[in-house]
Design a protein around this ligand. Sequence first.
Ligand SMILES: [Zn+2]
Length: 293
Amino acid sequence: MERFWEVLQTRAILFDGAMGTELLRAGLPQGACPELWNVDRPDAVREIHRSYFAAGSDAVLTNSFGGNWVKLAAHGLEGRCYELNFAAARLAVSAKRAGGYAGGSMGPTGKFLKPQGEYEERDFEEAFAVQAEALSAGQVDFLLVETMYDLREALCALRAARRVSRLPAFATMTYNRTPRGFFTLMGNSVRQCVQELEAGGAAALGANCTLDSAEMVELVAAIKKETRLPVLVQPNAGQPVLEAGDAVSYSQNVEDFVRHVPALIASGANIVGGCCGTTPDYIRRMAGIVKPS
Ligand SMILES: [Zn+2]
């Protein structure tokens, strides 16, 4: 990772775009467990990683977003947590090109901590610890706690990652825009998230999902004001639009998405990529901006 931090001093680092929507395009049935494809359809997953590296990504993220065992339990797969995450790591690592990186994705449980939900912090921490251990054993280069809507849960994941792994751990929250500023679903402010994630040992932090690339510009500036750590941003390609036959498209096309990338970087983003609805096409166009040849 030494070279990663060096490059970051000279230009923005480019992550990948969406995994979930690409898996659906590759034929993953709606409602099926995406992580199961790490074992059942490894070639399809590896191909998505390769398509992002070919598009210019410096780093790709493993197909393990829902790989903590609380989330896997929804599919009856909690007993396969280690196996599915280890396989996810091996696939991303096997797709790496020279100078490329693989990051271990750790998304939310989809459940709530007490008193809103039935879980204790130690439950979440244990669920994330198994995942972080498997991703690290599979030799990813860093871990990314992402799309967190509850700061307490993000801190559980970060603690777990730091406890079982020596890899750098990054963290992104997902925020809604309100008249009073940006807040997570659980009401955490930007300042609170940045301060506590930083204190929790995050090596880079930022935001992803929910907001499009235009809306993220203001959010990145708000995050940058609170931290000296590298800021990471992965906007959605706008909002999902339901089409005929259950298909979903996204409201922000490539042109409109990439138009705001220079402003994201000018606002302080050090690592950029895409979330829901972005594809290798979006990343190819971002590469032209981030690292013009
Ligand atoms: Zn998203």
